[in-house]
Every structure is written in C-alpha cells, then in structure tokens.
Design a protein around this ligand. Sequence first.
Ligand SMILES: [Zn+2]
Length: 452
Amino acid sequence: MRRIAIRLFSAVECLPIVSPHGHTDPAWFANDAPFEDAVSLLLWPDHYLLRMLMSAGVTLESLGIQPSDAAAVERDRRVIWRRFAEQYHLFRATPSRHWLEHVFGKLFELKLRLEPETADLYFDTINAALRTPPFKPRALYDSFGIEVLATTEGALDPLQHHRSIATSGWSGRVITTFRPDDVTDPGRPDFSDNVRRLAELTGQDPSSWQGYLAALRKRRAFFREHGATATDHGHPTAATADLTERQAQALFARALAGANAAEAELFRAQMLTEMARMSCEDGMVMQLHAGAWRNHNDTLLRRFGRDKGGDLPTQTNFMAALKPLLDLFGARRDFTLILFTLDESTYSRELAPLAGHYPCLRLGPAWWFHDAPEAMLRYRRNTTETAGFYNTVGFNDDTRAFFSIPARHDVARRIDCAYLAELVATRRLDEDEAAEVAVDLAYRLPKAAYRL
Ligand SMILES: [Zn+2]
C-alpha cells in the first residue's frame, strides 16, 4: 500500500494549488509589502494555536494580544515567541504541528526542532528571511505554485484590494467570495445598521423586502466583477425555509426591529433559499458552512473579539433542514451547493446520501476541526461508498495562515493517495483509475466545482 501510495502521490505532489475557499488578506497581494515578523505572521492570526495555548492556561495577554480593556500585555515579540516555543509540545500529533513543521523546514530551512533552546534561532531566522524579496506575498504566491486563490469578504466590502490587484499587471489570480452573513443574519447586533448601509450602497429602499433582495443581487454582481465565482454562508444550522412573499416581508420588518432567536433562525433559513434562487439566476456556486457555535466563550468575545479560538462545533442535521431548499432547486444541474459540516456523524447518515442523490449537492472537504489526517481518512471512509468521489470537490485550505497553504494541500494529497492505495491493494480499484482520481481530487474537481 505504501509503495502504491508513493506512486500515486508522486504524480500529484507538484500539481498547481487551487484554493477556492479561504481567508487570506487581499491587502497582502495588493500592496506586496513584507510580512512583519514571526509572531504577527505565524502566531497571532492562528486561532488553532491560540485555542490550544489557552487550553493550557496561557493567557492571550502573555502572547501580546491586546484586549478591549486596559490590561497590560507582553510587548517583547522575542519573549512571546519563546513562550510559544515553551508550549510547542502541546501540538504533538495535531495538524497545527504538521503545518508548522512544513513551514519551518521547507520555507525557512530550519532543521532543529522548535523548543526553548532553539526559540531565538527560529525567531531570528524567520524574521531575517521575511525581509528578503522571496518572502514577499506575491513571490510566495508564485513559489507556492498557486493557480488561483479565493479570499472571503463581507457583503459591504468595497473590494478595493481586489481592484488594485486586477489593475496592477501582476499575473496572480486572487479572487473574492461573496459572504453576506453580515446582512442576512439578524442575530448579529449590527444587522439593521448593515442593512441600512447595504441599501445606501445600492440605492435601494432599506425597509422593503424586494428592495433588500434587489440590493443583494447588485452586491453579488459587484463581487462577480471582482472575480467571485462563489458565495459562502456561515450559519449555526443548515435550516432553510420557503416563506410566501407576505410572510417574508413581515419577517424582514421584525428582523430590522430586533428579532428574537426563533425569528432570526427563520430569517437566516429563508435567506439561504433566496441565495440559492439567486445562484440559479447568476451562476454563483453556493457554499454552506453549518454548525459552528461562534464565540462560545463570552468572556473571550467581550475582551478580545472574534476569531481568537472560541468557536466550537455543534451537532448539525441536514436531511430535514435542507428540504425546503431542495424541493425548489435540488434537481437543478446548473446550480451547485457545497456542504460543509463540523459534525462528522452526518457524513454517512445524511450528507453522503443527500449528495449521492440530488444533482445540485456536493460535499466540501473535511472542515476545520477535521482538517487533519485521521479525520480526512474518516471523511473518505464515510462518504465514498455512498457519494463516490465525484460528488466531492477536492480540498479547501480554508485558512488565514498564508504560509500554511502548501502544507495543508500536501497533507490532503497524501491522505487521499493513502486512501486510494488501500482501495488498489484490496482490489477495489485499478491503479490507473486511482491515479486518475488522485489528479481529480487534487486539481480537476475544485476547478470544476467552483467554476474556476
Ligand atoms: Zn472559511
């Protein structure tokens, strides 16, 4: 199996990287300014690292992250890096460790293990390298072998960085993705303000349901002008709804006035259906990332804000939740809805059977807490026999950690080849078919699914 896996992997290892969903900052590629240092590049933006460090009692203040109150924080970046090195054992056998080892070894050519004794060597080597031209964002984009990189922006984003990338003459393809949660989720405290801004931006009536939908259509078109081929929706559940226009108008009015939790859930549900309807019109691929309990830790949210490691998985159901949407659009072959879950139990019970039936559905790769070798293998084992490979969309790195992108794709390709090698060795697939699937998973499927 290992020999077969190595043969399969050797044919996909160097394929270009297609990154159709992620959260890198388009300003990096617009400005092409050097990254600052090891701490601000590798530690602060990585909520996987912050979450684990917090679990061991390391405070964010001691890592130099400023809360909204006036608490004292560590200012010395070298001290912060040493603190991280002291805790590096926490990451043994976690995907964070795989990704970091790849970055340290392949990019910075650091061969000794990170530990307190080597912390300064790491800090100085990384910081010195970051000041050199090969480590600037556009040079890295090229050396990583990226063919296309999608970022994710809110519905009100002016997309000025994408505009300047497009007009700069640089050959890299960095495209946006339309993520309208800020104007479709009444559970957010700033929802009605955001809807008012949306109406201003698009010249629509902020109080009418039809005006609101027209405004969203205009923003989708604006995003498409900046390269977007997809939308993304981060919802606590996969609920969808099919309200009448009168019901929707009344619910919209309540949402603007301050909806209760049930009304907010129903509004989000209706908006997934509206987004699917618009995708049928304009051809944008729709992604649903369902089941994250955002900001589970109230104190962390209050003091430090979002994306600091306080988001956790919840149990998620799709079968009944998606039925209103699927009744309307499930049979459409020109519409694609890519589903992601943080609840692995749904893969064999609901998601693979759904994707193995409805033409519009595809399964996104193992997401976030499951973006790891064991979980990727479980994903293939739980979905392949019912949905096959061709109802999946290859890999998403879904990361804000730009330097980890090659590592993440490398892990995904290795695991898929390991799974395929097992099928070949146990006579369930011929090796030439497995070789074709390996290329499909690494390269062809993400391009096709995301219409890139
Ligand atoms: Zn994402």
